[in-house]
Design a protein around this ligand. Structure first.
Ligand code: CTP
Ligand code: CA
Length: 225
């Protein structure tokens, strides 16, 4: 019996990964966004490729170069990211939602630049579609992996998200510690699934990405055994 090399354990699998922040337009010259660097999502794309997968990387605006063997789809807003993922997901085996998707967007995008006429400015926001939840609901054969960025009660909120969004796995990180997580080269994750959990200790995001993809690959194969 020839043992499958762990590095190639995702050979032929189609993986869709979201990465980076989204930008939500306010007017022609302004947007709201967040501090996501995209590093974790890009590292996951690299790890998945190294394990033999075919990767579609749906990315918000970041300052990173994408692995050239990935199918890169660049988007700006959450709505664009949602549309791009839904168009790509049908043939996918695994979806990893690593993007910091803006939860809300301005309800009305102004056609002209907003002038500073008043002392106060009030913007009204409306909820964006939840890409990860929609994938889990609409494509039940796809193995879905979420991230949970929390500043408190990390494991409780992460487990809640795993159940509420009906995910196969969720990787939680504590973003109250600014030396890891958002916009940092290092991260630490606690990964939860229905029957268990595993802590991945502080490490370079590239190293952590390999450890997480290894876990994803094991659990994916259990589900499809
Ligand atoms: N996510 C998504 N689409 C959204 C919001 C979040 O796909 N509109 C995904 C993220 O990529 C991540 C997971 O959902 O994988 C959890 O994101 P997070 O912001 O931690 O959770 P929310 O469900 O948005 O809840 P909250 O921000 O209130 O904690
Ligand atoms: Ca959110």
């Amino acid at each position: 019996i020839t043992q499958q090399k762990p590095q190639q354990s995702l050979a032929g699998k189609q993986i869709v990964i979201t990465a980076g922040p989204t930008q939500e337009a306010i007017d022609p010259v302004r947007y709201i966004s967040n501090h996501s660097s995209g590093k974790m999502g890009y590292a996951l794309a690299n790890a998945a490729l190294a394990m033999g997968a075919e990767v579609t990387l749906v990315s918000g605006p970041v300052n990173l170069s994408a692995p050239c063997s990935a199918n890169l789809i660049k988007v700006e807003s959450a709505q664009q990211m949602h549309a791009a993922v839904m168009a790509e997901i049908e043939n996918a085996d695994i979806f990893i939602g690593c993007a910091a998707v803006a939860d809300y967007r301005p309800s009305d995008v102004q056609n002209q630049k907003i002038k500073k006429n008043n002392q106060e400015l009030t913007l009204t926001f409306i909820k964006n579609p939840d890409i990860l939840a929609d994938v889990a609901k609409q494509q039940q054969s796809v193995f879905t992996v979420g991230f949970a960025a929390e500043t408190q009660d990390v494991s409780r909120y992460a487990k809640e998200k795993l159940a509420r969004k009906q995910l196969d796995m969720i990787a939680a990180n504590d973003v109250s510690n600014s030396s890891i997580g958002f916009n940092s080269d290092q991260n630490a994750l606690t990964v939860f699934w229905k029957e268990g959990e595993k802590s991945l200790e502080v490490a370079d995001k590239r190293q952590l990405a390999f450890e997480l993809m290894q876990l994803v690959s094991e659990h994916y194969r259990n589900k499809h055994a």
